[in-house]
Design a protein around this ligand. Sequence first.
Ligand SMILES: [Zn+2]
Length: 237
Amino acid sequence: MQPSFYHEYPRIFSLETEVLDAAPGRLLLAASPFFPGGGGQLPDRGLLRWSGGEAVVAGFEIIEGRNWVLLRTRPEVAGKVEAVVDASFRCMMMEMHTYTHILNACVYQSFDGALVTGVQMNDDGTARMDFDLPDADNDKLRALEAPINAAIEKDLQVSDSYMPFVQAQGEPGLIRTRSVAPPPTADGMIRIIEIAGLDRQACGGTHLASTRGEKRLRIVKIDNKGRHNRRVRVALL
Ligand SMILES: [Zn+2]
């Protein structure tokens, strides 16, 4: 199994590569630094440069496991290109994504293994996480802001590894929800993100190398969404 470039090198934002295949408005690169989105994390932004031109990346489409880059224009491109990820956007996403793991860990530990029912990160430095918490006290949820930021301050190491999907399914808490966990790889493996001493869970996104990012996390609002769900709205500050 070959890990994705954005998993192996989440802090390399520019890559010289070449065009493997092309169709109107889309290109397939030999290696792509772009995270295509998923698990609540927004797709990367960026551009492609080549001798004589450049084009803004409009999105991505995974076809048969291959990450096509979509373009708004239809340039004639072949050979070498430079793929450039919008680093500040990716770094903000990695920070928010890492912090949502910490929020998730704190809820899981404080509320008897409560599971995630949804997560969405936004491009303005906010995010929401939904939890299956039918009887939760919202003040107790709000009070998690302190231990979340304490875990951020501790600068705990964040690492990834792979394990057989079948084994992960048998370990309680590793797969917090179907909507967040990544699909298994073709050879039946699943990616696990571990925050040292705090949390382990399946995830296919990009994260900080350790928990202390530039900003801290604020719990902005808690909404009751139906009888079972609590929506926790957070923001980087
Ligand atoms: Zn993650």
